[in-house]
Design a protein around this ligand. Structure first.
Ligand code: HEM
Length: 369
């Protein structure tokens, strides 16, 4: 005990957490400009809490991205990456849940201090933009309002930082490179793509036969189901044909390269194999992050509708409509969601040759084998 005392100076809770600064950072404007508005305290605190969590998200995300910057990702890091991505999803759930607290501010109570806020807005949250940009949201895919580039609300130095971040590899691009390196897709006696295409054809044939054989559907209903199957068919074809995939990439309908998409598909299909379990979890966490961010955007838009109705935002946007469009458009890992369309039942999955199955398992020898 005395050893520790000698080595490290003691520190008080209040000083370590710099609580004097933190707890002196809530300066309400309403008492200065008119009558004190009770709910302005909550309004400030909740924004500050969000910003603190954004700081933690950036801290975790940057460390994960660092692990993926090498051409050869150290496999030991995958577990840590999954663990930290999981933490980010837990934080995002808290961020979504916090909207319940925010919604205890009624429209009338908000109007007690709203006029003092112009032109301040969450639109000016630098850390929120950093999270979006680091994950992979590119400026060309952003919803804008009044045709103003999103970074104009920041200082020159902050704009530059966002610009540099946008030009560096994002999480999406780092994952793309990692997926492109997925081994096992081509082994002498196992060509994943060919085996998969055959399995898809098989599955679609069976579905066609099943529709044809049902006796509870009318001819028109059968036709409708066949047509629907036709469109799934087209979707499989377009995603599995490299040229078509590249056309969709050029149009901005897809973001992940063909090779990376195949890697993600392989991991998802054979995720029961021991070696693929961690990579599968990693991809699932990214899907979770995308889903939770989208949920936050929807909840924030709904909350705005509830508190200010169709009024414009303090930052000058159309308010609810603008926010709703960001929820629809600002998906980052949509290609990973798309993989679900390409999944086939376990029963249809091409059987892996023994040597490949062995490479995908954890095994060790105790004797002289
Ligand atoms: C009464 C509470 C709130 C209202 C009425 C509100 C309203 C709005 C509106 C209308 C916008 C669109 C930009 C504008 O015209 O200003 C916006 C953007 C935004 N708000 Fe809020 N907000 C509230 C609370 C919060 C909180 C607590 C946060 C947490 C940080 C937040 C974060 C954001 C962010 C990040 C954006 C930018 C969204 C984007 O451009 O994708 N807002 N808010």
């Amino acid at each position: 005990m005395s050893e520790i005392k000698k080595k490290y100076e003691s520190v008080h809770y209040t000083d370590y957490l710099q609580l004097k600064k933190v707890l002196d950072a809530q300066h309400l404007r309403s008492p200065e400009h008119g009558e004190a508005a009770h709910d302005e305290m909550l309004f400030i605190i909740i924004h500050q809490v969000y910003e603190l969590w954004f700081k933690e998200v950036i801290h975790d995300l940057s460390s994960i991205m660092e692990m993926f910057r090498n051409d050869n990702v150290d496999e030991n890091n995958i577990g840590t990456a999954v663990h930290r991505l999981n933490r980010i999803t837990e934080i995002l759930q808290v961020l979504v849940k916090q909207i319940d607290v925010l919604e205890t501010i009624t429209p009338l109570d908000f109007l007690d201090f709203r006029n003092y806020l112009f032109p301040a807005s969450g639109f000016q949250s630098f850390q929120f933009r950093k999270v979006e940009v680091a994950l992979g949201l590119k400026e060309k895919y952003r919803e804008t309002y009044n045709n103003i580039p999103y970074a104009t609300v920041f200082s020159e130095q902050e704009s530059k930082e966002l610009h540099d971040l946008e030009n560096a590899d994002s999480m999406l691009q780092l994952i793309e490179k990692w997926l492109e390196r997925t081994p096992f897709l081509h082994r002498n006696d196992f060509l994943f793509l060919e085996a998969y295409k055959k399995a898809v054809d098989n599955m679609l044939d069976k579905e066609r036969q099943a529709i044809d054989a049902t006796d509870y559907l009318t001819a028109a209903e059968k036709q409708m189901r066949m047509n629907m199957l036709g469109s799934t068919d087209t979707f499989f074809a377009s995603v599995l044909d490299e040229n078509k995939h590249n056309e969709m990439l050029n149009k901005g309908a897809l973001k992940l390269s063909y090779k990376a998409t195949l890697g993600a598909l392989f991991i998802n299909l054979y995720r029961d194999e021991p070696i693929l379990q961690m990579p599968f979890q990693l991809l699932s966490k990214l899907v979770d992050i995308d889903e939770l961010l989208t949920t936050w955007r929807y909840r924030h838009a709904q909350m705005v509708l509830r508190i200010i109705g169709r009024k414009i935002g303090t930052g000058g946007s159309s308010g609810f409509d603008y926010l709703l469009n960001t929820a629809i458009k600002h998906h980052i890992f949509f290609d990973l969601h798309n993989i679900s369309t390409l999944m086939i039942p376990r029963s249809e999955l091409p059987v892996l040759p023994d040597h490949l199955k062995k490479q995908l398992s954890f095994y060790f020898t105790t004797g002289n084998k």
